[in-house]
Design a protein around this ligand. Structure first.
Ligand code: NAI
Ligand code: MG
Length: 335
């Protein structure tokens, strides 16, 4: 069987880490047909469209995409391609497993956290305007529908995968109505899952708790903005943004991408770590029912980390992106 998958290499380190991942996926023997598209500033130059119509159509058809990071201008410019795609396809759940890789020395060995981030609303609805010069309003939208479906997603995942605890993370002491509604919906859903312990923690305290003792958490359920921020914090617990994968999931499509951005500070230098996108690709392999290939890549990746040779600079090695990918390809081929 050939899997047709939409591929958005992205910009910055995107094309480098994508090339590495494609090579590793090809080594598994699973047959892919990649429909490759550019997006963002690059696409605008070429087509006067930030997201080409053909890209939308491709995702609609294939219902699965692998995506590298796309740069979003700060302040003005165009709306985030990432946020736009998540909203367009109603990819309401951003699923981000945070786990240590073998052999990597970090402050906290054996971290095993699941981040479930609401992916379509909150502060990221993009409703901002200037009321009068010097005063800007930015709307945060929280709905019962959005909050309930993300809570259900988290609890269903926990039930299916034997997770024991879910904490809803909030600031309902200040944002009494919006975060209050998010909490209320989470609490209601939690009642249907008596086997899973449910707790509520305030976001600022949660950041401190995570850094002091990440083991106290299991699954974190967060609104869009909090989930964005806490994901990077948690990436730091296990060795950095070069490692942590993500999946944007909805009922009609799924887009797999790393937590990190386009990392312009290291782009084009063959030093980026493709592990985060590779682990996203492993999630994708499971999603398309290629779990034995997923196991194979996972095993190969773990072996390369355990052997500590061929690691990239961000995790204490000295290998380049390509050399690291070569090592994983070899480990896949000899699996
Ligand atoms: P970033 O996540 O790109 O980088 C933060 C730091 O982590 C940098 O020092 C970078 O070198 C390092 N890093 C990130 N990925 C790495 C990897 N694979 N290997 C080794 N080191 C890595 O965040 P930054 O620099 O704030 O954002 C850059 C651009 O990316 C912005 O335009 C932002 O909007 C965009 N972005 C896009 C995302 C997406 O496409 N989903 C997600 C996050 C940011
Ligand atoms: Mg982010």
């Amino acid at each position: 069987k050939t899997h047709t998958v939409t591929l958005i290499p992205g910009d910055g380190i995107g094309p480098e880490v994508t090339d590495a991942v494609i090579r590793i996926l090809d080594a598994t023997g699973v047959k892919f047909q990649w429909e490759r598209f550019i997006a963002g500033a690059e696409a605008f130059e070429k087509y006067q469209e930030y997201i080409p119509k053909e890209l939308y159509a491709s995702i609609e058809r294939n219902r699965v995409a692998l995506k590298g990071p796309v740069t979003t201008p700060v302040g003005g410019g165009f709306a985030s391609i990432n946020v736009t795609l998540r909203k367009k396809f109603e990819l309401f759940a951003n699923f981000r497993p945070i786990k240590n890789l073998p052999g990597l020395k970090t402050h906290w060995p054996g971290v095993d956290l699941i981040i479930v981030r609401e992916n379509t609303e909150g502060e990221y609805v993009g409703l901002e305007h200037e009321v009068v010069p010097g005063v800007v309003e930015s709307l945060k939208v929280i709905t019962r529908k959005g909050s309930t479906r993300i809570a259900k997603f988290a609890f269903e995942y926990a039930r299916k995968h034997g997770r024991r605890k879910i904490h809803a993370i909030h600031k309902a002491n200040i944002m009494k109505m919006s975060d209050g509604l998010f909490l209320k919906c989470s609490r209601e859903i939690s009642a249907d899952y008596p086997e899973i312990t449910y707790g509520e923690h305030i976001i600022d305290n949660t950041c401190m708790q995570l850094v002091m003792n990440p083991y106290q958490y299991d699954t974190l359920l967060l609104e869009n903005l909090y989930g964005d921020i806490v994901s990077d914090l948690c990436a730091g617990l296990v060795g950095g943004l070069g490692l942590v994968p993500g999946a944007n999931l909805g009922t009609e499509a799924a887009i797999f991408e790393a937590v990190h951005g386009s990392a312009p500070d290291i782009a084009g230098k063959d030093i980026a770590n493709p592990t985060a996108l590779l682990q996203s690709a492993i999630l994708m392999l499971r999603h398309i029912d290629e779990s034995s290939a997923a196991d194979k890549v996972e095993g190969a990746l773990e072996r390369v980390y355990a052997e500590k040779q061929s690691l990239t600079r961000d995790v204490g090695g000295s290998a380049g992106t390509k050399a690291f990918a070569d090592a994983v390809v070899k480990a896949v081929e000899t699996a």
